[in-house]
Design a protein around this ligand. Sequence first.
Ligand code: 13P
Length: 227
Amino acid sequence: MKKWVVANWKMNGSLQLLQDYQQAFGNSENLIVCPPTVYLNQSTMLTLGAQNINEHPKGAFTGEISASMLADVGIKYCLVGHSERRQHFGEANDLVREKAELCLGNSITPIICIGETLEQYQAGKTLEILRTQLKECLPDSKDLWVAYEPVWAIGTGLTPTTEEILSTHAFLREKLSTVTLLYGGSVNENNAESILGIPNVDGVLVGGACLDIDKIQLIYQTSASAN
Ligand code: 13P
């Protein structure tokens, strides 16, 4: 099975970057690009995903975007519960689950992000935290994806060791036998090959490195040869 690359632009990028992606990746398989919402309707050559939705189906929530609107413009994937949403916008596990349910109800695959903080990692609580997050964030469905992103690895240049990712993903696989499992957190063109080679890592969720078209191309090339 070919491995996945999911590019999360966060609040970065431009139309120009979208055009660069189209040139580099037009109609490529197993690549999902998650630009800011305003760009979601701007490409038919790329598989685009959203970074967030509102937890209500519709209504008086000025400035928000609903799952049905994403579905309306052909979006098939949406990140849910990214740690930056949890950290800056106070999203808790039950809200993450509500959003994931709305995605599923609109035929959008939620990519549910979970992961422990540095403090929890240092206290050896990673699996305990993940167990709770899985229990509280995941709807009862096989049509979702899970991205394991240790909070301390995001944007820091730090990653868990290969053995740590191996054992964490084995733990996740045991609970989620058929679910696509991504790893995210400081994935770059130098470490992508070894991370994508880890059993039960079905793909990577890339932040910073995906803003550089050369780097994301290198990561994508790696994914094409990993299995
Ligand atoms: P970085 O790749 O910049 O660490 O970000 C990871 C991430 O948060 C992807 O969702």
